[in-house]
Design a protein around this ligand. Structure first.
Ligand code: T4K
Length: 416
């Protein structure tokens, strides 16, 4: 047994009443090594290494190589979407999709997302107009969109946060009624569905991420999925400087290509998708079982109907009920080497350049502000064991049971 895990066991068995059990109260951290959110899932090493050998043998490393094209075909087939344009990461994929869709002026977007969603707009002088979320789903609230539409609005960029699908039909109806393009940031939603239909085929296009921390990773990587042939063609051109053949540049472009190393990793990891999904699900269930009954702590649920990938384990801390704030709980966990993350705190509208550009944005985003204060993402994936998770849950339970002494200890260390 791994030493850090054994320590977790020992700590767990010595009982909840022991007030010195938590590192913030003076104990040794339960985990000797950091337990991360976002540790990459690693698939079959042998298959990956074989692909690398093939890549080296054929001396084809990038620029629409065989692995990149194979990945595009695999993704189109898997998701039932006509075209897939693989890219170097989801941020560039978003930028290219936005440009190829001719978005301009203003685009409505949630603020409760990773900053890349808004940056992809602002990067090309399009104003992100932040829309509040539904506190239950954490996704953009369709009922808050219409009053944000102005003559300058060209689109809606919605995010399937945590892999849970947006209210897609309502969003499409609003987009249609107002002549807006609907684009989805599906960075979290690979493998998920909206009812029986796979995420990837909705709106004008959907953008996937294959970053190291994602469900299926290519190290760095992304893709745009679309059923629109002309759009796909524009994006294929744009991701390769606008080249339509040797010496023939027919549009503005950039370098958005996925290299063969990443494509080889993406293909390999796709072969382990079922296994990764099973691990995520088991981890989620372990959290569910072990966090049950802690007042003021709620685990965000997934709807089986939407084939969740369970890639994010998200809890919400109600400070009044739990007895500690979310940030105090973060300090408790970090002291134990559990690097839980406050995604997506403090909300994009509170990050630069948006904070300076739109200093009053928060007034229209009460749910975003409240959720960003409550949410905590816990470690999962193949890098954590069931025992790790049980130990993390015990730490949280102890913290709740000893909230008074924990709060005092945290205050003292803050004052020092
Ligand atoms: N849209 C949405 C909704 C997104 O969430 C993202 C990315 C994007 C768009 C843009 O996609 P990409 O352009 O990245 O394809 C991480 C990821 O870097 C980012 O991809 C992801 N969302 C976001 C949710 O999380 P950070 O700043 O938290 O990354 P970092 O370096 O702190 O990594 C997280 C943890 O993972 C660390 O504690 C260490 C661990 N880790 C990380 C890497 C890279 C490892 O153990 N091994 C690794 O190789 O943003």
């Amino acid at each position: 047994m791994d030493a850090s895990v054994k320590r977790g066991h020992d700590a767990a068995e010595s009982g909840a009443k022991d007030r010195t059990i938590l590192a913030v109260l003076g104990a040794t951290p339960v985990f000797s090594e950091a337990i991360h959110v976002g540790r990459p899932n690693i698939g079959n090493r042998q298959r990956f290494l074989e692909r690398i050998e093939t890549m080296l043998d054929r001396r084809y490393l990038t620029n629409s190589g065989p692995f990149e094209r194979e990945l595009e075909q695999r993704l189109s087939g898997m998701l039932g979407v006509r075209y897939c344009v693989a890219m170097c990461n989801a941020t560039v994929a978003l930028e290219i999709a936005i440009r190829a869709l001719n978005l301009s002026g203003e685009v409505i977007v949630p603020s409760f997302t990773f900053v890349a969603t808004a940056h992809a707009l602002q990067w090309q002088q399009i104003t992100p107009v932040f829309c509040d979320i539904d506190p239950l789903t954490h996704n953009i609230n369709p009922r808050k969109i219409e009053h944000l539409i102005t003559p300058r609005t060209s689109g809606i960029l919605a995010v399937h946060l945590w892999g849970r699908p947006c209210a897609i039909e309502e969003l499409q109806a609003i987009a249609d009624a107002n002549g807006l393009a609907l684009l989805f940031d599906a960075a979290h939603a690979f493998g998920c569905t909206y009812g029986t239909r796979k995420i990837g085929g909705f709106g004008r296009a959907e953008v996937l991420s294959f970053h190291a921390t994602k469900f299926i990773s290519a190290g760095e990587g992304g893709a745009v999925m679309t059923n629109d042939a002309a759009l796909a063609e524009r994006m294929q051109l744009m991701k390769n400087f606008g080249f339509a053949g040797y010496d023939n540049v027919i549009s503005i472009g950039t370098n958005g290509k996925m290299n063969e190393l990443s494509a080889a990793m993406g293909l390999t990891h796709l072969e382990s998708l079922e296994e990764f999904a099973r691990t995520n699900r088991t981890n989620f269930e372990t959290y569910e079982h072990n966090l049950g009954g802690i007042r003021g702590l709620s685990l965000l649920r997934y709807d089986e109907e939407n084939s969740p990938n369970y890639h994010y384990v998200v809890v919400e801390v109600d400070a009044r009920e739990f007895g500690l704030t979310r940030d105090q709980l973060v300090r408790v966990l970090h002291a134990e080497n559990v690097l839980a993350r406050r995604y997506f705190y403090p909300g994009v509208h509170r990050m630069e350049p948006y904070r300076s550009l739109f200093p009053d944005a928060r007034h229209a985003l009460p749910e975003t502000e409240a959720v960003a204060e409550r949410v905590l993402v816990l470690p999962t994936g193949r890098g954590v064991t069931t025992v790790d998770i049980e130990t993390i849950c015990r730490i949280i339970r102890y913290a709740a049971e000893n909230r008074g002494s924990v709060a005092r200890a945290l205050k003292e260390t803050q004052q020092k």
